[in-house]
Ligand binder design. Structure first.
Ligand code: AMP
Ligand code: MG
Length: 267
């Protein structure tokens, strides 16, 4: 497989300190932008095939701390795909109704249908991240969720979904800059909440929670990748390459036409 994918992929062990958020993989900005366009064009072709085939689906899970670039990935990488075949679902603070069910209830109904690429902007992983860090559930409750998540994802895989999970890894300093930009810019201020600063103070606890979540749930059929997040152009190209490789390996095909269609002359 692609060397960059190997570097980013989470195996049995993970030291987030070994993953530099400012990594460039030896790329340069100008060529990387051209390479991104080529990757997006190829992704669009593959998506058309996946959509036409309509037997399998892809689920992309996007996780990051605040200002980590989730919206940027949606805007800058997933544009260019046919919106009819892409479904993005954002998961925020659960409603009372959602909280009155098991933690996977609100997630399962948004998993992609055959032919679709589903993207989760935050996901069921919040239930072992923010829930753990902010102590929204007892330890015994979030701890057993890793196993539930693995089983849930195995079910999706068994039923034809390929899962790819991306952690956008942004440094504390880059997050500080992005927060400051948000505060200073009237067009971006809406993205910032005072509560984001509380989460920022909890960064060490979040990193520990991310590390545990990634290690405990990264399996060959649903791997996690750590994406260098400080440089947007590196982030975008890395994400695009991972998605392209993932779908390429599925090798989607146009379905066979109904008998009698080939060679037909429309009069
Ligand atoms: P944003 O992504 O900026 O719109 O923020 C969504 C907020 O919802 C974040 O602060 C998440 O931590 C929070 N959130 C998402 N899922 C959960 C969950 N299961 N339990 C509690 N908070 C959550
Ligand atoms: Mg936010």
């Amino acid at each position: 497989m692609d060397e960059v994918l190997d570097l980013a992929r989470v195996g049995r062990r993970l030291h987030l300190d070994d993953h530099d958020p400012g990594e460039t993989f030896g790329w340069h900005k100008g060529p990387a932008k051209a390479a991104l366009e080529a990757e997006i064009a190829r992704l669009a072709e593959l998506q058309t095939l996946l959509f036409a085939e309509r037997t399998r689906s892809v689920l992309v899970v996007l996780q990051a701390m605040d200002a980590g670039g989730k919206d940027g990935v949606l805007r800058e990488v997933l544009t260019g795909l046919n919106p009819a075949g892409v479904r993005v679902t954002s998961f925020g603070v659960p409603s009372d109704e959602e909280l009155s069910h098991d933690f996977l209830w609100r997630v399962h109904r948004h998993t992609p249908a055959a032919g679709e690429i589903g993207v989760f902007n935050r996901s069921h992983y919040e239930d072992v991240l923010v829930v753990r860090v902010k102590k929204l559930a007892p330890t015994a409750v979030w701890r057993r969720r890793y196993a539930h998540i693995r089983q849930f994802e195995q079910l999706l895989v068994d039923e034809g979904t390929t899962i790819v999970k991306l952690f956008l890894n942004v440094s504390a300093e880059e997050q500080r800059k992005r927060f400051q930009d948000r505060i200073d810019s009237p067009d971006e201020r809406w993205k910032f909440r005072l509560g984001d600063l509380d989460d920022r103070k909890l960064r060490p606890a979040y990193l520990k929670a991310y590390r545990d979540a990634l290690v405990r749930t990264s399996v060959p059929h649903a791997p996690w990748y750590v994406i260098p997040g400080d440089r947007k152009w590196v982030r975008n190209l890395t994400v695009a390459r991972i998605l392209r490789h993932t779908i390429e390996r599925l090798d989607p095909q146009y379905p066979k036409p109904e008998p009698g269609i080939e060679g037909l002359i429309v009069t």
